[in-house]
Design a protein around this ligand. Structure first.
Ligand code: C5P
Length: 223
């Protein structure tokens, strides 16, 4: 195989968490570090792909050789992903917040003596992977992640169908695994062909293997 099997291929990616503002100083977030997504973006770029990475707020540096678009909220992430289409593949790794605050307060919410806490009304965020998986400009290869704490395989399989994805990279993010925020990962690759159980690997190695798998999948499927 060529050293740069993804030369000329456009790939859109998401990575990191999203921050959903409550008021000008507070937000809802999650523990995603962006390490796995950013490593995949770098690995795809090393194979020659033209990668657009839409990243939520992370503390790690931008990956080399990748066009990075920094966003904060899920809606901004969705808009940036759709603006990057058409693409040959989409790899959605971000831990997108499922909910955002329905109406963000314009001023810092004040503690009211004797009144108890202010209620937070949540509304559903757009599902970016599902949107891309069912989009008229759907890339030929759509890859999603499934961070689960239970029934990893079953949930991953259900996700394939529901999200319109070709591959789901499923992992167990229970706190005792140390995966979320850590440097290692243990994943199962779920496709219509079945399940491939990968060993415990450094996130960089998971990224390299996944990039190779993506290159393989994109080969022989036309220009
Ligand atoms: O449904 P769940 O959040 O478990 O699905 C995870 C997959 O869907 C990941 O690939 C994630 O990036 C993507 N996702 C998304 N937009 C959302 C929620 C999840 O793109 N709002």
């Amino acid at each position: 195989p060529a050293a740069r099997p993804l030369a000329g291929r456009r790939i859109v990616m998401t990575s990191g968490p999203t921050h959903e503002p409550i008021d000008p100083v507070r937000y809802i977030a999650n523990r995603s570090s962006g390490r796995q997504g950013h490593a995949i973006a770098a690995a795809l770029a090393r194979l020659g792909a033209e990668v657009t990475l839409v990243s939520g707020p992370v503390t790690i540096p931008d990956p080399q050789g990748v066009k990075v678009i920094h966003v904060e909220r899920a809606e901004e992430m969705r808009d940036a992903v759709l603006a990057a289409l058409p693409a040959d593949a989409a790899v959605m790794v971000a831990a997108v917040a499922d909910w955002r605050v329905a109406s963000q307060a314009g001023q810092k919410i004040k503690k009211q003596e004797g009144e108890g806490p202010a209620p937070l009304h949540l509304t559903e965020n757009p599902d970016i992977l599902k949107t891309v998986g069912h989009h008229p400009l759907r890339p030929r290869l759509v890859v999603g992640f499934a961070a689960e704490t239970q029934d990893v395989e079953e949930n991953g399989r259900a996700k394939l169908a529901r999200k319109g994805a070709d591959l789901i990279v499923a992992n167990d993010v229970s706190p005792e695994t140390g995966i979320m925020g850590g440097t290692r990962n243990r994943v199962k690759i779920i496709s219509r062909d079945g399940i491939d159980d990968w060993p415990d690997l450094a996130k960089d190695e998971v990224a390299a293997r996944l990039a190779a798998l993506i290159a393989e999948r994109l080969q022989g499927s036309g220009a």
